[in-house]
Design a protein around this ligand. Structure first.
Ligand code: ADP
Ligand code: MG
Length: 233
């Protein structure tokens, strides 16, 4: 890619976040910054407790930073109102969680269509079938999440994250709760399905094999982000 055509998809500037624990501030992010280019697949490494989930939650706007800026597709989401941020997230971000987070009282089809309905997007039925086909679960449209295996639930969650064609996909240890073989299936799916969608992907993972498949690798250490691309072995 020519440097002049690169568009920044996610720009993080000096992000700071602390939690108060037992009356003491516990600093999680101390000036984390980075730029992720449109279409890049980026791995986010870091020890357990280093703040990976916290960072993904700030990027998605689920949580709010104490200081610093999150800019997505040129929009500064840290300056938005709660309402604006929620709407922005619904339209522009797809999130895949470690524990899938499907709504247990809704069928697979209803879980997928909910995203489209919240966005008042048309073609929900057609998109739903298209995505279930893509993840190999078109026969599970009417099933409830608790009738599916962990791997199947994560495939539904990936379909849900993609159904509204978000420009950014965030995944928080998407295979952290799956056995090795099922995890491989999910990585293959992320490669074959998510990557060609043209969206930007940031995924928190402990898997070095997964990190090596990515264009770039960032590591959270001491509350700061370091680019360690090429240094992973
Ligand atoms: P990671 O995803 O890298 O394992 P997290 O972002 O979940 O790390 O957590 C980073 C640190 O912040 C941990 O010490 C965790 O206990 C703390 N933490 C996360 N969320 C909260 C919260 N809502 N309230 C208090 N502490 C929190
Ligand atoms: Mg986490």
């Amino acid at each position: 890619m020519n440097s002049q055509t690169k568009t920044v998809s996610i720009r993080l500037k000096n992000l700071c976040k602390s939690y108060v624990e037992g009356g003491q501030p516990h600093v999680i992010l101390r000036g984390a910054g980075s730029e992720i280019i449109e279409g890049e697949m980026v791995a986010l490494l870091g020890r357990s407790g280093s703040g990976k989930s916290t960072l993904l939650n700030l990027i998605s706007g689920i949580d709010i930073a104490d200081a610093g800026e999150v800019e997505i597709d040129g929009k500064v989401i840290t300056s938005m109102s709660d309402r604006e941020r929620t709407l922005f997230r619904r339209e522009n971000i797809g999130f895949v969680y470690q524990f899938f987070n499907l709504i247990p009282t809704l069928s697979v089809g209803e879980n997928l269509k909910l995203v489209m309905e919240l966005n008042k997007a048309g073609e929900a039925e057609a998109r739903c079938k298209e995505l279930l086909d893509a993840v190999g679960l078109n026969d599970r449209y009417d099933s409830f999440p608790d009738k599916l295996s962990g791997g199947e639930q994560q495939r539904v969650a990936i379909a849900r994250a993609l159904i509204h064609k978000p420009s950014i996909i965030l995944a928080d240890e998407p295979t952290g709760n799956l056995d090795e073989e099922t995890a491989q299936d999910i990585w293959r799916l992320l490669d074959t399905l998510v990557r060609p969608s043209g969206g930007t992907i940031l995924l928190a993972t402990h898997s070095m094999a997964a990190a090596k498949r990515c264009d770039r690798v960032l590591e959270l250490v001491g509350g700061e982000l370091h680019d360690i691309t090429g240094k992973v072995d």
